[in-house]
Design a protein around this ligand. Structure first.
Ligand code: ATP
Length: 199
């Protein structure tokens, strides 16, 4: 079984998320991509994130577009309010699926921040990484991370994706009353309207 963790704020999940998950599943022959909204992202200071329940519900809707996609609450908010660290999530997945080939799926912008993540070396040991190109974050910048050849061998670069969409910009457009139909899966757009999110 080949399984990728795909963590993120997903506030809201958009066409870019679907695009990179499909590209990764095809290229790495993944059986499962686990879309896991994060309770509290350690590196993001914005405190007004949409409720976890709404983000999980929207991710659930997105996952219906591909049988390889599955929504997961593994990164739900912690009872003590502490941030969710990917290193703990991957360790939990490894324990739950000892025989699986485990991957961590991220966009290039996230991977460039790896030195700021909790326990970066352990993160690269716990899973192979799939790093997808993102407009504005050239994969060439990855050389600045100074990874060892052994670490680099565990990183798969996917340079064929060019999804120019970001949730921050989407939230601003939604707030201005633009339905963003071109950037959102239809079911997510409908959920946002019904629940009056980002108004
Ligand atoms: P925000 O603008 O609020 O920071 P975001 O659009 O970056 O949000 P996240 O939910 O934080 O979305 O992203 C989850 C993961 O998906 C991250 O690893 C991010 O790099 C990646 N990602 C999101 N959008 C894209 C995109 N358009 N192209 C490539 N990777 C992306």
């Amino acid at each position: 079984m080949r399984v990728a963790l795909f963590g993120g704020t997903f506030d809201p999940p958009h066409r870019g998320h679907v695009g990179i998950a499909k590209a990764a599943a095809d290229a790495l022959r993944l059986d499962k991509v686990l879309f896991a909204p994060v309770g509290r992202q350690p590196l993001k200071t914005r405190t007004t994130a949409t409720a976890f329940a709404d983000r999980l519900a929207m991710v659930n809707l997105v996952c219906s577009v591909d049988t390889r996609f599955e929504a997961s609450d593994i990164d739900m908010p912690r009872a003590d309010g502490a941030p969710n660290y990917t290193v703990h999530t991957l360790a939990a997945l490894r324990e739950a699926m000892p025989d699986a080939a485990l991957f961590n799926l991220v966009g290039a912008d996230s991977f460039l921040e790896l030195p700021r993540w909790h326990q970066p070396e352990r993160l690269l040991e716990l899973a192979e990484w799939i790093v997808v190109s993102r407009p504005g974050s050239p994969l060439g910048g990855l050389t600045s991370l100074g990874l060892t050849p052994r670490q680099l061998a565990r990183v798969h670069l996917l340079e064929t994706v060019h999804e120019d969409v970001a949730a921050t910009e989407l939230r601003e457009r939604l707030h201005r009353g633009d339905p963003c139909a071109d950037l959102l899966p239809p079911a997510v757009a409908e959920y946002i309207t019904t629940h009056q999110l980002y108004t």
